[in-house]
Design a protein around this ligand. Structure first.
Ligand code: ADP
Ligand code: ADP
Length: 230
């Protein structure tokens, strides 16, 4: 089974009202294990809506969202929350780390929430932070880290529960070009090593071209682009 499958996904805000907005109009997407897919979308095209629906944070109006072959579009909130916690990691444009906790704690906490032991959670957090090159800074709070380091911690947090799907919304969008490039190479390297599937929104066509496939969100539909033309 594909890790993520969207079939005919439509999303309309305020259906039937005067302020009705139809954002997704039958989006289809299949992402297999190990595939890293770039999502390109003009501003306002519905990128956040798509990521929220794919990430089970918001419900499609019609159509199917399947994770590892399990259809979750019509599942209970409880079931969707569990699937999200176990199977999906998110990274945002800005880090959204908990300011009062250290980098290490920020990566430990989601594991404890998911039932891991304190010892195992700490070990995994240390390994992840070391892998992204900030082992030395793991006891610092987010405010004591650079933007690039903060995003690396956010990446480790997304990876904390070993998700099968990584969803990222312009994860390097708030960084300067050089830092963005380095952070992105780390992200791609580890994502490839773990065989995770990923859908990564970016405005940067050079970064998009480094991924396995590129899809564009346009007029409510997802269109597969030839990588050479990106
Ligand atoms: P993007 O992330 O590509 O900028 P969004 O998914 O945030 O786009 O929004 C796409 C469209 O849907 C926009 O026209 C926006 O105004 C509308 N929209 C987004 N969220 C809501 C909402 N909760 N209620 C009504 N309209 C919304
Ligand atoms: P918890 O209650 O453990 O914080 P949630 O069900 O609220 O878990 O969230 C699970 C995952 O979804 C977390 O990775 C969280 O960061 C992400 N998440 C929650 N709400 C939003 C949102 N509005 N937009 C994007 N991601 C979200």
């Amino acid at each position: 089974d594909p890790v993520l499958e969207l079939r005919g996904v439509e999303k309309t805000y305020n259906p039937g009202k005067a302020i009705e907005v139809s954002v997704l109009k039958g989006a289809d997407l299949t992402i297999e294990r190990g595939e890293i897919v770039a999502l390109i979308a003009p501003s306002g095209a519905g990128k956040s809506t798509l990521l929220h629906v794919a990430g089970l944070l918001d419900q499609a109006t019609t159509g199917e969202v399947c994770l590892n072959g399990q259809s979750l579009s019509a599942a209970s909130d409880n079931k969707r929350t569990r699937a999200r916690r176990n199977q999906i990691g998110f990274i945002y444009q800005s880090h959204h780390l908990l300011p009062e906790f250290s980098a290490l704690e920020n990566v430990v906490l989601p594991q404890l929430a998911n039932g891991a032991s304190e010892k195992a959670a700490k070990q995994r957090a240390e390994d992840l932070l070391t892998q992204v090159g900030i082992g030395e800074r793991m006891h610092h709070r987010p405010a004591e880290l650079s933007g690039g380091q903060q995003q690396r911690v956010a990446f480790c947090r997304a990876m904390a529960n070993a998700p099968q799907l990584l969803l990222a919304d312009e994860p390097t969008g708030s960084l300067d070009p050089v830092t963005a490039d380095q952070m992105f190479d780390t992200l791609l390297g580890i994502t490839r090593d773990t065989g995770m599937a990923a859908l990564i929104a970016t405005h940067n066509h050079e970064l998009a071209a480094k991924m396995d496939r590129v899809v564009k969100l346009e007029n409510g539909l997802l269109i597969e682009l030839e990588k050479q033309t990106v």
